[in-house]
Design a protein around this ligand. Structure first.
Ligand SMILES: C[S@@+](CC[C@H](N)C(=O)[O-])C[C@H]1O[C@@H](n2cnc3c(N)ncnc32)[C@H](O)[C@@H]1O
Length: 275
């Protein structure tokens, strides 16, 4: 569940949600890149709204989070909880006789990120404060179903017209789905060794080459007087309880350039599995 609001009410809503047993996964700050000025100059310019993303309870094990899609959206870096998105302006802003049709029409970019991150194609999304129908418009573009509830008959008409004007997306279903790395076939470090993508005795490096370890036949690494998995040794070096070794280690290609073992694993997947 997502809720959005300004500072006037969002903290109160968050408190009520927690009292009702919801479990907050994130608060996400929408940073408006083109905020309305505070004309009187009596306080700071308000440039944010806060959204709360929650699951039904702390016990709820499964919920949708399209981590990889968000990472792809953010130039391969993990998406943070601050989103820099402009207010709804220009041709996207619905106007009637030159006047804004809805005073708080949300930008589609904001709903795009909400819907893409936390639902899948074919899911049903409920927006009980539908307004001009931004949720429905984006849901249609991303091939989700939606239910909108709105008090004002005028806004209902605006939303219906708006959504009807959006053409059905005609594309291969795969174009709407991001495969999660978690869904990819599991490949062990040992598989890279037994298939000669890496060699026994080969050296692996930290990104800055200050750490060097050696690959053993049993797929463990030797570093100083320690032996362990790629994860264990990476964690040990960084004095952490756990670390994903796929993101730590690099090997040299034939030109002496460093290549991440995670990229090597991706190559193995491409060449050896039916993804
Ligand atoms: C912040 S606006 C939603 C704007 C919408 N996200 C958009 O992009 O156009 C909230 C909407 O909720 C509607 N509303 C307020 N109270 C309501 C209620 N009790 N039931 C249904 N709709 C309600 C208002 O008429 C208003 O259009």
């Amino acid at each position: 569940m997502w809720v959005i609001g300004s500072y006037h009410n969002i903290f109160r809503v968050g408190r009520i949600m927690m009292d009702l047993g919801y479990w907050v996964l994130n608060d996400v700050v929408w940073h408006k890149t083109n905020p309305m000025p505070n004309f009187r100059g009596t306080r700071f310019q308000n440039a944010t709204e806060t959204m709360i993303w929650a699951k039904k309870s702390s016990d709820q094990k499964k919920y949708t989070f399209n981590y990889q899609a968000m990472k792809n959206f953010n130039d391969e870096k993990q998406m943070q909880n601050v989103w820099h998105i402009p207010l709804c302006t220009g041709s996207e802003r619905i106007k009637i006789n030159g006047k804004k049709a809805h005073s708080t029409q949300k930008p589609e970019a904001l709903l795009y990120r909400v819907i893409l991150s936390s639902s899948n194609v074919g899911d049903r999304i409920l927006d009980p404060f539908f307004g001009s129908g931004t949720t429905g418009a984006v849901a249609k573009k991303l091939q989700r179903h939606y239910i909108g509830i709105e008090l004002s008959p005028e806004y209902i008409e605006i939303a219906q017209e708006r959504i009807a004007a959006i053409p059905q997306v005609l594309c291969n279903a795969a174009a709407l789905v991001t495969k999660s790395k978690r869904d990819a076939p599991r490949i062990s470090f040992g598989q890279l060794i037994e298939s000669a993508y890496m060699m026994i005795g080969q050296q692996v490096f930290s990104k800055d080459r200050t750490i060097i370890a050696t690959i053993k036949a049993d797929s463990q690494l030797m570093w100083q007087d320690q032996s362990g998995s790629i994860h264990k040794i990476a964690a040990l070096i960084q004095n952490r309880p756990m670390f994903n070794g796929w993101e730590y280690w690099y090997c040299e290609d034939s030109h002496g350039n460093l290549v991440s073992i995670d990229d090597l694993r991706a190559r193995y997947r491409r060449e050896n599995t039916m993804e």
